[in-house]
Design a protein around this ligand. Structure first.
Ligand code: ACK
Length: 356
């Protein structure tokens, strides 16, 4: 239904997610998304108080009250019917997902009158891809001063339009204590941070997979970075519930993220948690190369036949053998041979607790 035809306001307001427009205090624009514009906003204190009295959500609203900012994704009034449908699909799915630390959680929605909006947790550092790219020089500076014994030449090939710099090796297999990962954010990025990002993405995806959800568009651009270098998976526009059956994506649906897609997703339009694991392998590549572009010299069309013939991305120069080995396992042509998100998360648990 569209909201213009909908008259059951009372019923809508009983929905625990529905928030009155007057309780949403919009501040400035932070970005442009697939179906609309993203704003930073605050929720009125009376709303938060009401919500906290609803016992089942008290903890969650405590979190929101402490952080105070929320992100509002407003649907453009010019959106067409299929974009409105996408909005409702994403909203309903987010309502079902349930709370997890490494997922961008839904706070509420406003569907009583246009513009329709989704209210989600605000992530102050924006998307992971740009976050990594912006910190390339800091990463370099924080390690070249001799405090780190690691060294390598940064690979200009992965730099795209960014200026060439020398950066330290990112040996993600080095022992790091999980409780020692620094969550302080002083503008720098360390190899430990990258390791923690890999862990956090695996942990969020493990949760989605356990909830029988297939994301289908996992990529650094769809992961957001919050205060304290917390990483959360976002953009559930393509996410689907599976209930065990296989999901096929219709060919006409949007531009497909080919460079993040598994062979069976590309050739058979078949999306599963195993194809999400393939995409996770590409995200590891993006993390290790601080926002490098996968297959930079290869067009989408060329990639299809290359992947089919067994070609995989080569090891980035700043990547350890073990880390590359994990990427290759994620890109196994047999989906069942790939590691699961639980195995991946457990692996990073172990790596991070070496030295305990
Ligand atoms: O890199 P960005 O600033 O982070 O640009 C994109 C843009 O909106 C389109 O998605 C930003 N964005 C999306 N969701 C959020 C959020 N929950 N908190 C903060 N920024 C967001 C994203």
């Amino acid at each position: 239904y569209t909201i213009d035809q909908y008259t059951g306001y009372d019923e809508l307001l009983e929905d625990e997610w529905e928030i009155y427009p007057k309780d949403i205090i919009i501040d400035k624009k932070v970005g442009e998304g697939a179906f609309g514009t993203v704003f930073i906003a605050k929720l009125s204190s009376s709303l938060l108080l009401n919500r906290k009295n609803m016992k089942q959500n008290a903890d969650f609203y405590d979190i929101i009250e402490n952080t105070s900012n929320v992100a509002v994704k407003l649907v453009k009034n010019s959106a067409d019917l299929s974009e409105f449908n996408d909005f409702y699909e994403e909203m309903n799915l987010m309502k079902e997902i349930g709370y997890h630390k490494n997922i961008v959680n839904l706070i509420g929605c406003s569907t009583i009158k246009k513009p329709l909006c989704l209210i989600v947790e605000y992530m102050e550092h924006g998307d992971l891809l740009n976050f990594l790219r912006k910190r390339r020089t800091q990463f370099c500076a924080s390690n070249i001063d001799g405090k780190s014994s690691l060294n390598f030449m940064y690979t200009p090939r992965y730099q795209q339009s960014l200026k060439a710099t020398t950066v330290t090796t990112v040996d993600l297999s080095l022992g790091v204590m999980p409780n020692n990962i620094s969550l302080e954010d002083n503008g720098t990025l360390t190899p430990d941070d990258l390791l923690s990002f890999a862990w956090q993405v695996a942990s969020g995806m493990e949760f989605l997979t356990c909830s029988k959800l297939v994301h289908r568009d996992l990529a650094a651009r769809n992961i957001l970075v919050g205060a304290g270098k917390i990483i959360k998976i976002s953009d559930f526009g393509l996410t689907r519930k599976t209930n065990g059956e296989l999901i096929y994506m219709s060919k006409k649906k949007r531009r497909l993220p080919v460079k993040w897609m598994s062979v069976e997703a590309i050739f058979d339009h078949l999306f599963t948690s195993f194809s999400d694991v393939w995409a996770y392998g590409v995200v590891l590549f993006e993390i290790v190369t601080l926002g490098g572009t996968p297959y930079p010299t290869i067009s989408n069309r060329e990639l299809l036949s290359l992947l089919k013939s067994g070609y995989r991305m080569e090891k980035p120069e700043n990547c350890s053998e073990t880390m590359y080995e994990i990427m290759l396992q994620c890109w196994n042509k047999d989906p069942l041979q790939r590691p699961t998100f639980t195995i991946l998360r457990e692996y990073f648990d172990k790596v991070m607790s070496q030295g305990d």
